[in-house]
Design a protein around this ligand. Structure first.
Ligand code: SF4
Length: 394
């Protein structure tokens, strides 16, 4: 049992997090997600009247109930007003700037079986894990292309993508980047602290689906089956001292995207309250085709996707919102003023591929294939400044 000494608000009692809790630790953001009154919020979505949407649009401090009203079909009829309000908030809080980052895939080895993922252990694909010298040349190529923010990504293989390996990788890339985050298997607090000490300061953990039934249906084998352990990972990362916490839900796994959005927003809100010194980032990935024949059912169309983005921006004005190359150039460019604050560009979703071509299997197909320079140029043409670096370790 460890006590959280940092980052909890001074007016809150310290909370305790077991290394392997069977339930969400008391006082954690994960516990707040589990306590979310989802049934009442879904009723608000289903029954929101125009006056409630209007109130949510003008609220100085919107609540989750307001967020639910903004997700309703009624609000969809007012999408232009949502977009105008979201654009106004984005301009006021973030100016006309978008941070650019790149994923760097380290390994597509994985011992888990997830139905939607190209790296799934059940898929017969070309597997590869970058050696440290390969990591360095990939990182140098990304730095040469202008990136100063990198996201290290790997499948779940505790022996091949071990704590020691990740620690060494972080040490190799840290001199080249101002900010290093990881999107790898979830770890305990002590391991997050090791990665922090090596130079990493951000952790991204998509819950994939907040619905326990769907979660269990799509995560067939492996450690990832533990819903609670994953849900509490951002709390453990914050406890370790990580500065940026990224969360997300894979839109397309669960048929009711609004339920997922409600719990995602609840999670972001709880993290922001509990870990108020951290930057909270949310991603809204829509599923893409992947090896193994997975084809997403695509339950959220572009219009509803825009509604979700605007509602999130209105609900949490300071929230960092990430949009990856999963989305088309047209949609990414169109949504950038409405709330997106960070974008990947020129991404490869297989290990290698930047310094030299790679024949390893990608995790999923990307949609925006423009180079980083082309994305930066498109942003400038819209009057938006591409930001390659907004943070420097002291
Ligand atoms: S989603 Fe993650 S854990 Fe699941 S198969 Fe893909 S890489 Fe492995």
């Amino acid at each position: 049992m460890t006590t959280i000494p940092v980052a909890a608000r001074p007016d809150m009692a310290p909370i305790a997090i077991d290394s392997r809790p069977e339930q969400a630790p008391e006082g954690s953001a994960a516990a707040a997600v589990l306590a979310t009154p989802l049934t009442a919020l879904r009723q608000r979505v289903a029954s929101a009247a125009p006056a409630q949407v209007d109130r949510a649009l003008r609220a100085a401090r919107p609540t989750l109930d307001d967020f639910a009203a903004l997700l309703s079909e009624t609000a969809l009829d007012h999408l232009e007003e949502l977009a105008a309000r979201a654009a106004q908030i984005t301009r006021a809080r973030f100016g006309s700037a978008v941070r650019l980052f790149s994923p760097l895939y380290l390994s597509n080895e994985c011992v888990s079986t997830c139905t939607y993922c190209g790296f799934s252990a059940s898929n017969t694909i070309a597997r590869r894990t970058l050696r440290l010298d390969e990591v360095e040349s990939e990182a140098r190529e990304l730095a040469r292309r202008g990136f100063r923010h990198v996201l290290l990504v790997a499948g779940e293989h505790a022996r091949i993508v071990s704590k020691d390996y990740l620690e060494k990788v972080v040490q190799v890339v840290t001199p080249l980047f101002a900010q290093v985050s990881v999107e790898v298997q979830v770890w305990d607090t002590a391991t997050y602290r090791r990665l922090l000490d090596a130079g990493c300061d951000g952790v991204v953990v998509y819950q994939e689906s907040y619905d326990p039934g769907t979660y269990s249906e799509v995560h067939l084998k492996g450690k990832k089956r533990n819903y609670i352990w994953r849900l509490a990972a951002p709390d453990r990362a914050a406890e370790a001292g990580m500065r940026r916490l990224g969360i997300g839900t894979l839109l397309g796994l669960h048929p009711e995207w609004r339920s997922e959005a409600l719990l995602l927003a609840s999670h972001a809100d709880a993290l922001a309250r509990r870990w108020w010194r951290c930057e909270i980032q949310v991603a809204l990935p829509r599923l893409r085709p992947a090896a193994g024949g997975f084809e997403p059912s695509d339950p959220i169309d572009d219009r509803s996707f825009t509604q979700l983005l605007c509602a999130l921006r209105i609900f949490m004005p300071d929230l960092a919102i990430t949009m990856s190359t999963r989305e088309s150039p047209e949609l990414r460019d169109g949504l950038v003023r409405l709330g997106v604050t960070s974008m990947s560009a020129g991404s490869h979703t297989e290990p290698g591929g930047y310094a030299e071509s790679s024949d390893a299997e990608p995790q999923f197909e990307i949609s925006d294939t423009r180079s980083p320079a082309e994305v930066a140029s498109a942003l400038r043409a819209m009057g938006i400044e591409p930001v390659w670096k907004d943070w420097q370790r002291a």
